[in-house]
Design a protein around this ligand. Structure first.
Ligand code: Q46
Ligand code: ZN
Ligand code: ZN
Length: 315
């Protein structure tokens, strides 16, 4: 197969776009598509101060590099869960990209603040690791935005992540989650800063190709706690559908976004939008909590630890 642009041997064929590219022209194609998504959905404005949630994986590191190439200056934020080599190697990869693009990264070390890793924190709280991790990550991301004056949190979620989550929500008719996903969320829709996902319409395969072709050294391993997650099964099922009918995933997610606009407008008209975001602040840390102590402070108290949310700054 030949590259659509220069006619040289293609290194990637994109069946869902009925085209193929060499490395150089794939990178251009991919960057243009993300730039179009950012513009069309107004994800990042000129006056925004964005921060990227980085994990060491291909998605977040690609996003970080791509934004820098587009002239969008963004720092990174990383939550070190203290999971042995997985966390250590992730941080090494993040630091390498931070050095390459000349940006800093705020690092929150769970073991430093909680005196134990995420698995032990979860045990102490009698929660599943992913539930404790989600709570801490949400807190840390919001905290870094509040303390360091960022107004936009960017994440590297890709089309496959979104399609799998959407599929799961529909499969079990989780109506409480179904219409909450969006390519961008205003402040207070479950978090404090605005939030956007510039790779919402880019498949995992495309992002991985972009990372490799751009020379990003990312961690291949997934978090050990992600094993057996249902989303992996859903991704497999959707992968089969995509194989049989290229473009299905993109159509599914784009169709959802279109429907969502209508749902949000209707909610706005009948005054349901934002009804659940009750004001109230945590008496310990001042974090908006809907009243009462926030989950993060309650977790620290459970271990009889004083309040602390310090960051290491690298770069
Ligand atoms: S939630 Fe769970 Fe992930 Fe946290 S503990 Fe690992 S798998 S990292 S997105
Ligand atoms: Zn080419
Ligand atoms: Zn608190």
């Amino acid at each position: 197969m030949k590259c659509r642009v220069c006619g040289q041997t293609a290194s990637i064929s994109l069946r869902s776009h009925k085209t193929a590219f060499c490395d150089t022209h794939f990178i251009t194609f991919f960057e243009k598509r993300v730039a179009t998504t950012i513009r069309r959905y107004r994800l990042i404005g000129e006056t925004d101060r964005p921060v990227v949630a980085v994990s060491g994986g291909k998605d977040s590191l690609s996003l970080w590099l791509l934004l820098t190439k587009m002239g969008i200056a963004a720092d990174g934020v990383y939550v070190d869960l203290g999971i042995g080599d997985y966390s250590r190697i992730s941080l090494e990869k993040i630091k390498a990209v931070a050095d390459r693009i000349g940006r800093k990264v705020h690092i929150f070390h769970v073991p430093d603040v909680f005196g134990r890793n995420i698995s032990e924190v979860a045990k102490g709280l009698r929660r599943a690791p992913c539930s404790a991790c989600g709570m801490i990550k949400r807190y840390v991301m919001n905290k870094v935005c509040m303390d360091k004056d960022y107004n936009l949190l960017l994440t590297g979620h890709n089309l496959d992540d979104e399609a799998a989550a959407l599929f799961g929500n529909i499969l079990y008719w989780k109506k409480e989650y179904l219409w909450k996903k969006d390519i961008a969320l205003d402040a207070r829709e479950g978090h404090l800063s605005r939030k956007a996902k510039p790779f919402f319409l880019c498949s995992e395969r495309e992002v991985a190709a972009y990372a490799i072709m751009s020379g990003i050294d990312y961690i291949y391993e997934e978090c050990p706690f992600s094993k057996g997650a249902k989303t992996i099964t859903y991704k497999g099922i959707l992968g089969g559908l995509e194989e049989a009918s290229p473009g299905t995933k993109l159509m599914f997610v784009k169709g959802y976004l279109k429907e969502l606009r209508g749902v949000k407008e209707a909610m706005h008209e009948d005054g349901r939008a934002g009804a659940e975001s009750e004001e109230g602040f945590c008496p310990v840390c001042g974090y908006p909590s809907g009243g009462g102590e926030c989950g993060f402070c309650r977790a620290l108290q459970k271990f009889e630890l004083p309040y602390s949310a310090r960051f290491e700054e690298y770069g």
